[in-house]
Design a protein around this ligand. Structure first.
Ligand code: CP
Ligand code: NVA
Length: 331
């Protein structure tokens, strides 16, 4: 398998074998990290981290993974660079390619990271766009594999807005890796038909199944994983909260829903999550709409079935695998 010099922009660009190899590599790095075995495979290299939206997990994962691999990092925050305002993406790509060995980009449209990659002569990694969040899926799948010992055949249910980065990327990931994917939401929140068609074609090869379902009880029957994400994503206007709460409240992950799933079912979330009123937005929206939680109840979030913090840790191990592979440090 040859990863050297490649971008990591969306899972559709990678074969199931390649995705599997990246998850294997992440598991190896995780074991090394736990055992205190150094793995400075990219000693002396440097990477740029462009964030046009805020982040905790993704930024920290790229920075720590880079440092563990022996690399230096530069963080460009949403206001701290010329990108898009005084300098085009194409020019930024060529400037940074002369200075760095790899570039991470988190921002808005997928076309922006695709353009960055087109003009960059070093690997570009997608740290989240409106459409896709591919490094998150690697972490999610490492977590599922640790939990169940396999990916193929797992019944995976995504509750909520399935049209955005998480729903889209999880559907692609499940199709690639042979999971049974269900998106559960009102019809208008189902993913784009063109992407569904692309995933159907992949699923026909891998044995995955795709299902779109409006009834939560039906959706979660036999589910091994119940996954959700925020109802309003970064960059969306605050005005959409009211409609989202009204339309997606019946799709909240709560104890009653978890109890309808398989006995071994786990709860997953990319985070951050609105599971209580201990955040600025959670408190404000909770007070305004009379709720103490949004997409998941605090009870489920804090329950034994919740694997969200291991999932968050796995962001670092999987991002490390993507960087080491595409920078040509491993075969
Ligand atoms: N899950 C995730 O991408 O989190 P951050 O927004 O904190 O990076
Ligand atoms: N859908 C969320 C994912 C955050 C990791 C967002 O884009 O804000």
């Amino acid at each position: 398998m040859n990863f050297a010099g490649r971008d990591f922009l969306k899972l559709l660009d990678y074969t199931p074998e390649e995705i599997s190899a990246l998850i294997d590599l992440a598991a190896e790095f995780k074991a090394k990290k736990k055992a205190g075995v150094p793995h400075r495979l990219c000693e002396g290299k440097n990477i740029a981290l462009i964030f046009e939206k805020t982040s905790t997990r993704t930024r920290c994962s790229f920075e720590v993974a880079a440092h563990d691999l022996g690399m230096g990092t530069t963080y460009l925050d949403p206001s701290g660079s010329q990108i898009g305002k005084k300098e085009s993406i194409a020019d930024t790509a060529r400037v940074l390619s002369g200075i760095y060995d790899g570039i991470e980009y988190r921002g808005f449209g997928q076309e922006i990271v695709e353009e960055l990659a087109k003009y960059a002569s070093v690997p570009v990694w997608n740290g989240l766009t409106n459409e896709f969040h591919p490094t998150q899926i690697l972490a999610d799948f490492l977590t599922i594999r640790e939990q169940f010992g396999k990916l193929a055949g797992i019944n995976f249910v995504y509750m909520g807005d399935a049209r955005y980065n998480m729903g889209n990327s999880l559907m692609v990931g499940c199709a690639k890796m042979g999971l049974n994917f269900t998106a559960c939401a009102p019809k208008k929140y189902f993913p784009d038909p063109e992407l569904v068609a692309a995933c159907e074609a992949v699923a026909a090869e891998t044995g995955a199944t795709l299902r779109f379902c409006e009834d939560p009880a039906e959706a979660v029957k036999g589910a091994n994983v119940i996954y959700t994400d925020v109802w309003v994503s970064m960059g969306e206007p605050v005005e959409v909260w009211e409609e989202r709460i009204r339309e997606l409240a019946p799709y909240q992950v709560n104890t009653a829903l978890m109890e309808m799933a398989a006995e071994d079912a786990v709860f997953m979330h990319c985070l951050p999550a609105f599971h209580d009123d201990k955040t600025g937005v959670g408190k404000e929206m909770g007070e305004r709409f009379g709720r103490d939680s949004m997409e998941v109840t605090d009870e489920v979030f804090e329950s034994e079935r919740s694997v969200v913090f291991r999932e968050a840790e796995n962001r670092m191990h999987t991002i490390k695998a993507v960087m080491a592979a595409t920078l040509g440090a491993v075969k």
